[in-house]
Design a protein around this ligand. Structure first.
Ligand SMILES: Cc1cc2nc3c(=O)[nH]c(=O)nc-3n(C[C@H](O)[C@H](O)[C@H](O)COP(=O)(O)OP(=O)(O)OC[C@H]3O[C@@H](n4cnc5c(N)ncnc54)[C@H](O)[C@@H]3O)c2cc1C
Ligand code: SF4
Length: 333
């Protein structure tokens, strides 16, 4: 691991000012914030990330979970995943988020991992994590060996000829279905970014993963008030029961009246290059009878644009079944 300077900024303003000296906030940033460290330190040990300065944000006042006057929820950037999953308001009003968090990693990791760190976790593509291999995301222009190589875990939605890496987060899938907003403090002031606009598709710049610029510090995430009478489910399918990333997952927030779907928010994980909100599935469900045939139709709509690679065509049917079953669980539970 490259040597680096470890800094504890006194407040968010100082943290932003120091991080703003970086040339990029994307892959290869020379200044990085560290929160739980469960992504960053791994990548530094592998020499995939080699920042010269690491800013510890754990002492900044960003660790609160607070009810908002409008009935929504404010989640600080350094709130630990385990604290968020077990918070009474999250368990009562945002069950899909609690379930997604508890489906991720292990208890020990969740005790360290933070809200902002989870939003910014990196792909588990094996070529990205191996500096002996080419990888467009790590070193732009070197190629994507995954397309002709090992791609069983990789994406079928949102891919490009330059990168097919999956976004591995569970939390972000639930937040996509809950229409979270990300609050950022940067050198030019504060701004808000809807989660749908936060992560970028790989296109021909897979090294750019989010809209963040140098100096940008995520301060908190807000959730809108819970939808009245909504049912919520996060279903994650994986190779083993714990400590494993999703092959396919589905976050469902749905309202039913008299057997008819009045409103639905759907997002998929494990299959997209970003947390994958599906307006197609939502439109297919709205106004329809809540039954298995319509759940299958919605799932087919969600995966309509899927593009399989040599080893991951199975994910398309798996994701359809995952979403259809999550809808069944939400509407019968
Ligand atoms: C073995 C293993 C298994 C895992 N399994 C799963 C799983 O099944 N599902 C899942 O969803 N996740 C899984 N994870 C990933 C884990 O959830 C993430 O590593 C964790 O959420 C990252 O949070 P952190 O606070 O540790 O981030 P850090 O490592 O501290 O930071 C990650 C990135 O975020 C940046 N950052 C952190 N805070 C801020 C901020 N406030 N503003 C701007 N930038 C910031 C850092 O600079 C860094 O680039 C797993 C991880 C491991 C190691
Ligand atoms: S899929 Fe993306 S991360 Fe993986 S090797 Fe290709 S460019 Fe790199």
């Amino acid at each position: 691991m490259k040597t680096f300077e470890f800094i504890r900024p006194a407040d968010p303003v100082a943290a932003v000012a120091t991080a703003a000296q970086a040339k990029t906030a994307q892959q290869g940033a020379d200044v990085r914030f560290v929160a739980g460290g469960t992504t960053l330190l791994d990548l530094m040990k592998l020499n995939v990330e080699t920042p010269g300065r690491v800013l510890d944000i754990n002492r900044l006042p960003l660790d609160k979970i607070e009810a908002m006057p409008d009935g929504g929820l404010k989640i600080g950037a350094t709130v630990r995943n385990s604290d968020l999953a077990h918070h009474p308001m999250v368990q009562r009003d945002y069950a899909v988020l609690s379930q997604a968090l508890l489906a991720g990693a292990s208890a020990q990791l969740r005790n360290m991992a933070t809200t902002a760190g989870n939003l910014l976790q990196r792909t588990r593509c094996m070529y990205f994590r191996d500096t002996a291999m080419p990888c467009n995301k790590r070193e732009p222009g070197t190629g994507c060996p995954a397309i002709t190589g090992s791609n069983r875990m990789l994406a079928v939605l949102g891919t490009s000829e330059h990168c097919i890496a999956t976004n591995p987060s569970d939390m972000c899938v639930a937040m996509a279905a809950l229409e979270a907003t990300i609050h950022v403090q940067g050198p030019k002031g504060s701004r808000v970014v809807p989660i749908a606009d936060f992560h970028l598709l790989p296109g021909n710049t897979p090294h750019r993963e989010t809209v963040l610029e140098p100096g940008d510090l995520i301060t908190h995430v807000t959730l809108p008030p819970p939808a009245a009478d909504s049912k919520q489910v996060y279903l994650k399918l994986r190779d083993r029961a714990s400590y494993e990333f999703a092959l396919a997952s589905a976050a469902v927030v749905i309202s039913i009246r008299g057997g008819t779907v009045t409103w639905a928010r759907i997002a998929l994980g494990g299959v997209g290059t970003k947390p994958w909100r599906s307006p197609e599935a939502e439109a297919a469900l709205a106004g329809q009878t809540a039954n298995e045939a319509n759940f299958r139709k919605a799932a087919a709509a969600a995966l309509q644009g899927a593009k399989p690679q040599s080893e991951n065509a199975f994910k398309i049917e798996l994701a359809k079944r995952c979403l259809a079953h999550a809808l069944y669980m939400a509407t019968t539970g």
